[in-house]
Write a protein that binds this ligand. Structure first.
Ligand code: DAH
Length: 339
């Protein structure tokens, strides 16, 4: 009885050996090797099942059959290792070939970036003012209430504050994102004696509802000229000169009365393309209010000046036919690449 079991086991082992050797030959990848390992050499594989059968054998037969099965296991394991090594080599070669770079291929041209239209227009305007004898200065985007309002003759509770709906900084009563570039006028005058002839460009921030001509972030250029004998004719002449330089002869400007606490008299300037209907307000201006000059210890009896603040987006919209201010900030490549 035991002998029949023994013979059966040996026969199964031989069959297993024959089949496994055939399959080993047919393996074609590392993944197939793993499947083979599980099928024959795994914990619940065919060889393990045969080893379980040893228990039913008589001790001497068990030892002999055990040696045979273990030798079979070692032989299959070694052959499997060999095949694995072959595939590892082949697969590595294939991967290297697939990942190879042909360094002789021609390069692909990378498009160069260009300056944003707002930056271009700002530079163009600054250049015009430099040619007119102005110096370019700058000031901070986070301002104190004093520079943004008080020093510009806009005390707390002044109704004109409603014209500049402001972003205050959380936790700082006194700090806000500047609503205009006019505070730079004060900073410059505090540090210099006249004559002062400067321009300053930069970002401004207002809690305005967004529409085709309003954006919570926008750009201004501020201009200030203070000296002995400056009068309204200088203001008018300077503004008309730079507008013509920027727009050429195809545009016209008109001056309209306005009110700003820091200028007296105050005006706004509208520009339109000749032959069209619609005027666009592009800047506010005026003769610097004596109260502002006094604030920085300039004697208003001795010095006078004029100033203006222009909207860079609006200047650009008119010149380049952009009809919605939001277009500047949407980063649509077709728009950006057009300029
Ligand atoms: N700061 C004003 C504004 O943003 C514009 C302005 C008006 C600036 C008159 C000036 C000025 O320098 O003189 O609404």
């Amino acid at each position: 009885m035991a002998t029949a079991q023994h013979d059966g086991l040996i026969q199964k082992a031989r069959k297993l050996e024959e089949q496994a050797l055939q399959e080993l030959q047919a393996l074609s990848s590392t993944r197939h090797c793993e499947e083979f390992r599980v099928k024959y050499l795994g914990r619940k594989g065919q060889l393990a099942q045969l080893l379980d059968g040893l228990q039913a054998l008589a001790p001497d037969q068990r030892a002999e059959a055990g040696r045979l099965l273990n030798a079979l296991k070692e032989m299959l394991t070694a052959k499997l290792e060999q095949r694995l090594a072959e595939f590892a080599h082949i697969e590595k070669e294939a991967r290297l070939r697939a990942e190879a770079l042909d360094v002789t291929l021609p390069g692909r041209r990378q498009k160069l970036g260009s300056l944003h239209l707002i930056t271009q227009v700002t530079k163009e305007l600054e250049d015009i003012f430099v040619r007119l004898g102005f110096e370019v200065v700058s000031g901070p985007e986070i301002e104190t209430d004093y520079y943004n309002f008080e020093a510009l003759n806009i005390p707390k509770d002044h109704p004109a504050r409603d014209d500049w709906d402001s972003f205050y900084l959380d936790g700082f009563d006194d700090l806000l994102l500047r609503t205009h570039t006019s505070p730079v006028q004060i900073r410059v005058m505090q540090q210099r004696r006249p004559p002062v002839k400067v321009v300053c460009s930069g970002k401004c921030f207002r809690r305005d509802a967004t529409d085709a001509t309003h954006s919570p972030v926008f750009h201004q250029i501020e201009m200030l000229w203070v000296d002995k004998g400056i009068n309204f004719a200088h203001l008018k002449g300077t503004i008309l000169a730079f507008l013509e330089e920027f727009y050429g002869k195809g545009f016209e400007a008109r001056f309209v009365g306005d009110y700003f606490p820091f200028t007296e008299p105050s005006i706004q300037v509208h520009v339109r393309r000749k032959g069209t209907e619609k005027w666009l307000e592009i800047l506010g201006a005026g003769m610097v209010d004596p109260a502002v000059l006094q604030e920085v210890d300039y004697d208003p009896e001795e010095y006078t000046g004029f100033a203006f603040g222009l909207g860079v987006e609006r200047m650009a919209m008119l010149k380049y036919g952009v009809d919605d201010i939001r277009t500047f900030y949407q980063n649509d490549m077709r728009f950006l690449e057009a300029f």
